[in-house]
Design a protein around this ligand. Sequence first.
Ligand code: ATP
Length: 216
Amino acid sequence: MIRVEDLVVRYGAATALDGVSLTVAAGELVALIGPNGAGKSTLVNALAGLLRPAAGKIRVDGRLALVPEGRHLFTPLTVDDNLRLGAWRAKNRDTGHIYELLPELEPLSRRPAGRLSGGQQQMVALGRALMARPDVLVIDEMSLGLAPLVVRHLADNLRERHRDGLAVLLIEQNARLALELCTRAYVLEAGRIVAEGSAADLAGSPQVAAAYLGLE
Ligand code: ATP
């Protein structure tokens, strides 16, 4: 569903992505982890078509929806209106299936999105992306600033969706969560993929553990 090959993206003379290749198949949940400045947002923007690569190929099969970092909701509008905006191009704007998937949102449906907690807003952002009935979902920093319990819950919802054949690329600074949730992962450092493999293998790798999982 997503195939990125030898992708190079530059900002002027600075190379932000230096030959990145990755794939996400239908029904796969794949994580991309890496520290600040590794190039994660650059990859998201390239996937979204906002940046033109200097070299390489990006192929996305089917409909892509993006859950952006920082939520980007229309805060004066209600939750329900925000969800509907996710389907502005689709014929069916019924939000019922989103409330089935994210039941916590139903009692909040008439509340302005700006009055919700961070976790609830992130849930609306996820619901809004799912309204477009995407084949491919790219989630940028889902866990940023969210309580672990909320993240866990969102993660469970995603797992459900991924069983439906949705391809999910989770861009995540919280490596522990990403490796728990996803089946495969890539580690991006300074614009290059420095490790890739099954989540279990990466979680067991001393190099990844030392750099990303910390000693808690
Ligand atoms: P973060 O998690 O902090 O957002 P990131 O992994 O998303 O980090 P990017 O934002 O993609 O990393 O940045 C990758 C590199 O490109 C960094 O060195 C950054 O300084 C540089 N960069 C990002 N945007 C620009 C820009 N508009 N102009 C110049 N350099 C940029």
